[in-house]
Design a binder for this molecule. Structure first.
Ligand code: APR
Length: 231
């Protein structure tokens, strides 16, 4: 089976009602990144950080995967598909994708500040944490998110998958944040690459690249139909 790697960003979840970060009205317009999404911000004002992620987690339980997430699952009939996502939502999981790698963490999970292997999944009924909520070893719980300035533990695995792929599909990411954005450079020369994004993402020197300048639900349908036909 040919191998497909999908690199998804906030744009694939936009049509599910989740704000992106850098579009007009995006999350980084409303919040100072370093205050709510960095380790320094956590040390300075953990209540603010906890409130920021509690609010996003609460919303995540109210939204659903959209057609773009669902169409990607159809590809699994004829391809081995690895979803490498920058998103911390679980919409790819809920859509039914079976191989998902979260580069920037998972919003529905929290972890111990003492032992990062102690990870806990929150539920709709119990979707918030507070200061004073601790892990089984008694240390404060924190969002299971990769903050700016923290290492991206899954990037090596993501690079390995990218180097092996026959097809690489970038969906809804401004390619602003590294190391995620560097994955495009690890794609094999002959791999077919697609970028699905209504805005023209500045990408240079990438061979065999097709830009589909539509929103995700339209562009993913086009690419999935093309790939299922040519499988
Ligand atoms: N369909 C497809 N793409 C869309 C849509 C849509 N309906 N709406 C917006 N987009 C595109 C925008 O044009 C933009 O290129 O999605 C991209 C969103 O870019 P960002 O907001 O920068 O989100 P992302 O690239 O995922 O950010 C990467 O930055 O802040 C950190 O950790 C955070 O994972 C995030 C990382």
């Amino acid at each position: 089976m040919k191998r497909v790697v999908v690199l998804s960003g906030a744009g694939i979840s936009a049509e599910s009602g989740i704000k992106t970060f850098r579009d007009a009205g995006g999350l980084w317009e409303e919040h100072d990144i370093m205050e709510v999404a960095s380790y320094e911000g956590w040390k300075k004002n953990p209540e603010l950080v906890i409130r920021f992620y509690n609010a996003r987690r609460k919303q995540l339980f109210e939204v659903e995967p959209n057609k773009a997430h669902l169409d990607l699952v159809k590809l699994e009939k004829k391809y081995h598909v690895d979803i490498v996502t920058q998103n911390v939502d679980d919409l790819h999981e809920r859509a039914g994708s079976t191989h998902i790698l979260h580069l920037h963490g998972e919003l529905k999970k929290v972890r111990s500040t003492l032992d990062e292997k102690l990870i806990y999944e929150l539920s709709k009924e119990n979707c918030e944490i507070q200061i004073g909520d601790t892990c089984e070893k008694g240390s404060q719980l924190r969002p299971h998110i990769v903050w700016f300035g923290e290492s991206v533990p899954m990037i090596a695995e993501a690079v390995k998958l990218t180097e092996l792929c026959d097809i690489f599909i970038v969906i809804g990411t401004s390619l602003n944040v590294y190391p995620a954005a560097s994955l495009l450079n690890y794609t094999p020369y002959n791999a077919q690459k697609y970028i699905i994004d209504p805005h023209d993402t500045p990408v240079f020197g990438v061979k065999n690249l097709k830009k589909i300048m539509t929103k995700a639900t339209e562009g993913v349908a086009i690419v999935v139909e093309e790939l299922l036909k040519s499988a």
